[in-house]
Ligand binder design. Structure first.
Ligand code: ARG
Length: 457
C-alpha cells in the first residue's frame, strides 16, 4: 500500500504488533457502509465519475457477500480491515478501486467505522437490559408481598418485600439504559469522515452528505478532534461499567441468597454447576462470573482512558488498541446480561425461610418506637430508648421476635404499651405500614409494578 517509500519488507514482529485485522475485521460492515457513502459523495461532487462510483458500489456489495459467505481472505500483511477491503476492491474492479481513497484517510475512516459500531452496540446493550428488567419485573409481581429481611451493613434492619427489592434493580437498570443510549447518541453526534488524516482535505467534498447518509447528525467541526478523539468509546465503556456494577451487586445477592446459610432462593439446574468432589453442591458460577466480568469491564475503561490520556493530537497508533478493549467489554456485557436473564427467570424463592429471617434480629423494633411517638407523643429519642430496653429484655429472655414477647414484659418497661402496639410487631404489619411513596408496602410495590408495565409497553 505504501511500497513506493520503502526498499525493504517490514520485520515479521513488526507485522505482528502492527496488524489489527484479527480484531477489527468485526468492523467490516461499517467500513463498507462508510466507503459506499464516501464514493457516492465523491461522484456527486464530480471528484470521481459516475461509472467509477457504480463499479465501487457493486464491488463493495460483492465484498460484503464474500465476507458473509466466509470466502473473503483476510490478510495480516494488509494490516487492518480498511486496507483488506480496499485491496480486494481493486483486485475485483481495477483502477476505480484505487480512486476510493480520494479525500479521506484511514484516520477518519476508522474513527467513523468505530463510532458507528459503538453506537449500534450501545443500542443492543440497552435492549438487553430491557429484557432483564422485564424478567425482574415479572418476579417482582409474583412476589410483591413476600417478606424478607432488608439489610444495612448486611445486618437485618427492617422487613421489606421481595417485590420491592427486585424493583430496586429494575430502577437502577433504567438509569443504566438511559445513560447507555443517551451517551452513545450524544457522543456519536458528529461524523469524522472527511476530516482526512488530520487537517481536512483540499478536494471539494460534501461532508454534510456523508454525515447524513451514515445517520450522523452533522459533520465533525474540527478535523483534529474528529480523528484524535475516542471519548465516545470511553463514554460507552464507562456506561457499561456502571451498568455491570449494578448487575454485579445483583449477582452478589444471588450468591448470598442461594447459599445454604441464607437459603432464600434456589437457582434452576440450568443455571447451577456441581462440584467434582462434593456431590451436594449447587454452585452459582454464572453469578460469580458476572462479578468478575464487572471487574474486567471496569479495567477495559481504565485501559482505554490510560491509552488516550498521554496522546498528543491528533491520531497515534496507540488508538488502534481501542477496539479490542471495547469489543471485549461489549461481549462480556452481553453475555453477563444473558446469564442474569436466565438466572432471574428461573430462580425460585423460599417464602418461609425469608419470612423467618425477616423476623430475626428484632427487625420490627422501629415499629414499636414509631407507635410510641404516634400514639403516646413520646419524643422519638425517648421512644428509641424505651424500645432498646424492651429488645434487651427479649434478648435476655431468649425470645427471638418482639411479636412473641408477652405484653406484661412490654408493660414492665413502659406500662402505657398496649396489645394494639404489640400486634403491630409482626413482619407483615411492619411492611404494610411503610406505605410512604417509594416505600416497601405491598400496595406501593404494586403501584410501581403498574408504572413499570406502562413504561415497558
Ligand atoms: N488500524 C488503524 C487503527 O485502528 C487504522 C488507522 C491507521 N492510521 C494510521 N495512520 N496508521 O487505528
Amino acid at each position: 500500500m505504501w511500497g513506493g517509500r520503502f526498499a525493504a519488507q517490514p520485520a515479521s514482529a513488526m507485522q505482528a504488533i502492527n496488524a489489527s485485522i484479527d480484531v477489527d475485521k468485526r468492523l467490516w460492515r461499517e467500513d463498507i457502509e462508510g466507503s459506499k457513502a464516501h464514493a457516492a459523495m465523491l461522484a456527486a461532487q464530480g471528484i470521481i465519475t459516475a461509472e467509477d462510483n457504480a463499479a465501487i458500489q457493486a464491488g463493495l456489495d460483492q465484498i460484503a457477500a464474500e465476507i458473509v459467505e466466509g470466502t473473503f481472505q483476510f490478510s495480516a500483511e494488509l494490516e487492518d480491515i480498511h486496507l483488506n477491503i480496499e485491496a480486494r476492491l481493486t483486485e475485483r474492479i481495477g483502477e476505480a478501486g484505487k480512486r476510493l481513497h480520494t479525500g479521506r484517510s484511514r484516520n477518519d475512516q476508522v474513527a467513523t467505522d468505530f463510532k458507528l459500531w459503538t453506537m449500534r452496540a450501545s443500542r443492543e446493550a440497552a435492549d438487553g437490559l430491557r429484557v432483564l428488567q422485564k424478567a425482574l419485573l415479572k418476579q417482582a409481581e409474583a412476589h410483591a408481598e413476600w417478606v424478607m429481611p432488608g439489610f444495612t451493613h448486611l445486618q437485618t434492619a427492617q422487613p421489606i418485600t421481595l417485590g420491592h427489592h427486585l424493583l430496586a434493580y429494575v430502577t437502577m437498570l433504567e438509569r443504566d439504559r438511559v445513560r447507555i443510549i443517551g451517551g452513545a447518541l450524544e457522543a456519536a453526534w458528529e461524523c469524522p469522515l472527511g476530516a482526512a488524516a488530520l487537517a481536512g482535505t483540499s478536494y471539494r467534498i460534501d461532508r454534510e452528505a456523508t454525515a447524513h447518509a451514515l445517520g450522523f447528525h452533522a459533520p465533525a467541526g474540527n478535523s483534529l478532534d474528529a480523528v484524535g478523539s475516542r471519548d465516545f468509546a470511553l463514554a460507552a465503556l464507562s456506561n457499561l461499567s456502571i451498568a455491570i456494577t449494578h448487575l454485579s451487586r445483583l449477582a452478589e445477592e444471588i450468591v448470598l441468597w442461594t447459599s445454604p446459610q441464607f437459603g432464600f432462593a434456589r437457582l434452576s439446574d440450568a443455571w447451577s454447576t456441581g462440584s467434582s468432589i462434593m456431590p451436594q453442591k449447587r454452585n452459582p458460577d454464572a453469578a460469580e462470573l458476572v462479578r468478575a466480568k464487572a471487574a474486567r469491564i471496569g479495567a477495559d475503561f481504565a485501559a482505554l482512558n490510560a491509552i488516550v490520556q498521554k496522546l498528543p493530537l491528533a491520531y497515534a497508533k496507540d488508538l488502534q488498541e481501542d477496539k479490542a478493549l471495547t469489543f471485549s467489554a461489549f461481549d462480556n456485557f452481553a453475555l453477563s446480561v444473558t446469564a442474569m436473564i436466565g438466572m432471574i427467570e428461573t430462580m425460585r424463592f423460599n417464602r418461609e425461610t425469608m419470612r423467618a429471617a425477616a423476623a430475626k434480629g428484632y427487625s420490627t423494633a422501629t415499629d414499636l418506637a414509631d407507635w410510641l411517638v404516634r400514639e403516646l407523643r413520646v419524643p422519638f429519642r425517648e421512644a428509641h430508648e424505651i424500645t432498646g430496653r424492651i429488645v434487651r429484655v427479649a434478648e435476655d429472655a431468649g425470645v427471638a421476635e418482639l411479636a412473641h414477647l408477652p405484653l406484661s414484659e412490654f408493660q414492665a418497661v413502659d406500662p402505657r404499651i398496649t396489645e394494639a402496639a404489640r400486634a403491630l410487631l409482626t413482619v407483615e404489619k411492619s411492611v404494610e405500614s411503610r406505605d410512604s411513596y417509594g416505600g416497601t408496602a405491598p400496595q406501593r410495590v404494586r403501584e410501581q409494578i403498574e408504572r413499570w408495565k406502562e413504561t415497558f409497553k
